[in-house]
Ligand binder design. Sequence first.
Ligand code: XMP
Length: 517
Amino acid sequence: PVLVVDFGAQYAQLIARRVREAGVYSEIVPHTITAAELAERTPSAVILSGGPSSVYEPGSPSLDPGILQLGLPVLGICYGFQVMAQQLGGEVANTGLREYGATDVVLAGDGGVLLAGQPASQVAWMSHGDSVATAPDGFTVLASSASTPVAAFGSDAQRLYGVQWHPEVKHSEFGQRVLENFLHEAAGLPADWNSGNVIADQVARIRERVGDSRVICGLSGGVDSAVAAALVHRAVGDQLVCIFVDHGLLRQDERRQVEEDFVASTGVRLVTVDAVEQFLDALAGVTDPETKRKIIGREFIRCFENAAEALVLEAAADGAPIKFLVQGTLYPDVVESGGGSGTANIKSHHNVGGLPEDLQFELVEPLRALFKDEVRAIGRELGLPEPIVARQPFPGPGLGIRIIGEVTRERLDLLRLADAIVRAELTDAGLDADIWQCPVVLLADVRSVGVQGDGRTYGHPIVLRPVSSEDAMTADWSRLPYDVLARISNRITNEVPGVNRVVLDVTSKPPGTIEWE
Ligand code: XMP
C-alpha cells in the first residue's frame, strides 16, 4: 500500500481517499510509527500529511528521520513538506507571512516530474504560517508563490518530493494531478485498485475463511450492511442468512426495499423480525434522548439475539453450525489516527448491527479497508438497488430520535410522511449530491396556532435540518434554494395532518449536532 502518515487534523483521510481515486490502495498510519514498523508494512510509497502544528512548536508531531532514508518514494504535503525540509537540511522559517485559502502558485521551469503537464500558473489551496525558505541540498525548487519562495521541491534521484499546498483539496485546481504524477510517474505505481478487484479479492478471502460454515448478518436498510451482506453472499451463497429487525422507526418504503428489492437483486435468504409493537411498548412514556437511545439499542440486541438463537439451533440440527457474523465496519472506524485525543461522549451512538462483544461468533468484516464512497461503488457493481446504495446516513435509532417528545405510532406515521415528502422534493430538485443528509424532525410537544381554510389550527412544527459535510464531524447548514423550501413547506402543511408549520434549522455543527437528539 501507499502509507499516509497522519500528522493530525482531518487531512490524512482525505489524502488516502484521493490516492485510491487515483487507483492506488492506501492506508493511514500514525506519525509515531518508526521507520522499522513502517518498512515492515512494505509500502510502495509514503505520503506525509498536513497538520495543524508548526515545526517550531515544542511538542509538535515529529517523524522518525529513518523513514526518509528507506529509499521509498515520499511526498510531503504542507506540514509534512516542512518536516521533510527540516530533516533533510533545508531551512524552514517563520516569516510572519501567512497564506490561507486560494493562492496563485507559479511553476519554476517545467515543474519537474511532480508538476509535469500543468500550466505555468495555477490556483492552489494553502493553509500555513511557516514557510520553506531554502530547499535541501540536491533538491530542485519546482514552484513558488508570492510569499513562499519554495512552494514545491523534489529530488528525482532520491524520489523525494514535497508541496506546500494541499493537493487533496478540491479547491486546488490541479491537485489530483499532483498526486497522480507522484504515484504513477515518480513512484511508478499502476492504477489497479478498483471495485472489480476489491470484490474478487474479498470473495476469495471470505470463501477461504468461512469454508463450509454458516454465516449470519444483520441488515439495517443502510448501505454498509447491505453491501457487506451482498459480498458475503457472492462468496458463500446460501451459507449466509440475514436478519432484518423492523423496529418501526424506519422511513417510508425502507422495509419493502430490503425485503423485496435487496432480496431480488442478491438472492439472499432473509428473516424479518417484526418488532414494531415491542419497540413502541418499550418507548412508551419516554422523552429523554439518552434513555430513548439506550432502550432502542437494548431492544435491538434482544431481537437480534433471539432471531440468531433460532437460526443457530436450526443450523446445528442441520449439522452446519453458524460460526461467523458479518459486520459492515468501515475504514474510518478502524483507522489508527495520529491526530487528536479522545472526544467527549456527546451521544451514545447506536449502530444497527452494533452488537455486544460477547457474541459467540467470529466477525467477518469485508468492508474494513474501505471508505464510504468505495462501498457505494462496490454496491453498484454488485447490482444492489440504487435507493439502498445511495442512501444518505441515517442513525441507528432512526425516527425515534427525530421525534422530540414521546414516540408513538401516530407521530411516527406523521413524521414518515413528512420525511418522504422532503426526500422526494430534494431528489426531484437534483440536490442529493449537494447535501450530506437532511434530518426531518417533529417537535411533538410544541404547538402553534395557524389558519387553514377558514379555521384555526393548533398543530405541530416540522424542522428541516439539511446539512453539508465531509464526515459528519463538522457540518454546515445547506443553503437550499428558496423555491425548493417553498415547495416542501407547501406540501408538508397540506399533506401531513396535524402539521401547520415548517421551520428551517440554520445552525452549523458545532455548536449544533446534526440530529436534534
Ligand atoms: P450528530 O447528531 O452526532 O450525528 O451530529 C453525526 C452523524 O451520526 C449520525 N448518528 C447516528 N448514527 N447511530 C448511528 O448509526 C446513532 O445512534 C447515531 N446518532 C447520530 C447522524 O445521523 C449523523 O450522520
